[in-house]
Design a protein around this ligand. Structure first.
Ligand code: NAP
Ligand code: GDD
Length: 341
């Protein structure tokens, strides 16, 4: 019989790609979304899976424990992927309580539901490289100590440890993927890569003059979301539940990602000036296309992240397959097409 997977956060970037991946594997997918006044299924439509008969969309706000229990009881999935979160780090400084309610208590409700309803259900928790925060080792793996730097990271750290605790206490197959940044054309527009690639397209078509960014020196280990959702599935197919880092093993600055993205649209950028006076200039036109706006600085920054995916490589045969240059190209080409039509 085909397996059933329940995905929370189906309207988000990873939820949509994971649903597509699992539908291709012939899963029945219970896609959970929270009701809002505006319909929010554009990613599922974009991936052409919205009309799939094996995709069942279910109204579920993960901050409601009764709602979580009744959905788990009704659909009795084989696997649960908890991807729902308030996932924007900057917002978590403004909304720390709601961030914690969603990111920390949501997974706890699922773990309790599994404990009470069916301990055979496998559970995936979307842990994050943000938990390393002020890094304690130049490259981070499953054994690197955590040092969260935002309410978001702290909330995810609780979820990470409570998942491990239910694994150890009740023998539940509860696993954590510690994923480093992963991006795609379907990335939310507030995240820096998408903000940059969208601006590249708009500047190219004369619809925007300047892109305002924050800290250009931050470094991230960026991969392609499509590679990473496969890793989530592999983590739940392992022999035993565990924690796995998924990353590329390379990192780059925001500044250099911007250079790559503009280059894809035939614009060479040079940087001049320092700190908040730094500007990015389009060499051909002389226009200042990048400027700094301090409002994008964070109260506490994660300066650099660099993942070591060796364990996932060795035990799951998982590997990130998309270079940053290719990722920038995929994202810019998508945005050029969507802005140009
Ligand atoms: P995303 O695009 O921001 O999607 C988040 C999803 O969570 C959306 O579908 C959102 O629904 C849903 N959600 C938020 N609050 C909810 C609630 N109370 N009840 C039900 N659903 C709720 O995030 P993503 O990039 O796909 O990331 C997926 C997960 O991986 C998140 O947990 C994130 O923290 C984690 N993660 C992401 C990365 C990355 O680089 N992308 C790296 C490590 C970990 P709405 O559409 O209604 O807002
Ligand atoms: N969003 C944003 N906007 N970030 C900017 C900007 C800007 O204008 N300018 C500079 N940055 C810097 C941020 O300060 C941060 O250091 C870096 O760019 C990346 O920011 P985001 O793209 O917002 O991602 P993130 O690293 O904070 O968080 C993402 O990755 C995490 C995994 O490490 C999110 O997807 C999290 O949910 C995820 O857990």
């Amino acid at each position: 019989m085909n397996k059933t997977a329940l995905i929370t956060g189906i309207t988000g970037q990873d939820g949509a790609y994971l649903a597509m991946f699992l539908l291709e594997k012939k899963y029945r997918v219970i896609g959970c979304y929270r009701r809002s006044s505006t319909v929010n299924f554009w990613r599922l439509i974009e991936l052409e899976i919205f009309e799939e008969s094996n995709l069942v969309l279910v109204d579920l706000d993960i901050t409601d424990p009764m709602n979580v229990c009744s959905v788990v009881r009704k659909y009795r999935p084989n696997e649960i992927y908890n991807l729902a979160a308030q996932s924007f780090v900057a917002s978590s400084f403004e909304n720390p309580v709601i961030t914690t309610n969603i990111n920390s208590l949501g997974p706890l409700y699922f773990l309790e539901a599994i404990k009470l309803i069916d301990k055979n259900i496998r559970f995936y928790q979307a842990s994050t490289s943000e938990m390393y925060g002020k890094i304690q080792n130049p490259s981070q793996d499953e054994n690197t100590p955590f040092y969260p730097r935002s309410p978001y990271a702290a909330s995810k750290l609780y979820a990470h440890w409570i998942t491990i605790n239910y694994r150890e206490s009740y023998g539940i197959f509860a696993a954590c993927g510690i994923l480093f940044n992963h991006e795609s054309p379907l990335r939310g527009e507030e995240f820096v890569t998408k903000k940059i690639t969208l601006a590249v397209a708009k500047i190219k078509y004369g619809l925007q003059k300047t892109l305002y960014l924050g800290n250009l020196n931050a470094r991230r280990d960026w991969g392609y979301a499509k590679d990473y959702v496969k890793g989530m599935w592999q983590i739940l197919q392992a022999e035993k539940p565990d924690n796995y880092v998924l990353a590329t093993g390379k990192n780059e600055t925001i500044r250099n990602f911007a250079v790559l993205a503009f280059r894809t649209a035939d614009m060479e950028i040079k940087f001049e000036g320092d700190k908040e006076n730094e500007i990015g200039i389009d060499i051909k036109t002389g226009n200042s296309v990048i400027r700094i706006d301090k409002k994008h600085y964070r109260p506490a920054e994660v300066d650099t992240l660099l993942g070591n995916p060796k364990k996932a490589n060795n035990e799951l045969s998982w590997k990130a397959t998309t270079s940053l240059e290719k990722l920038a190209e995929i994202m810019v080409e998508y945005d050029l097409k969507s802005i140009g039509t």
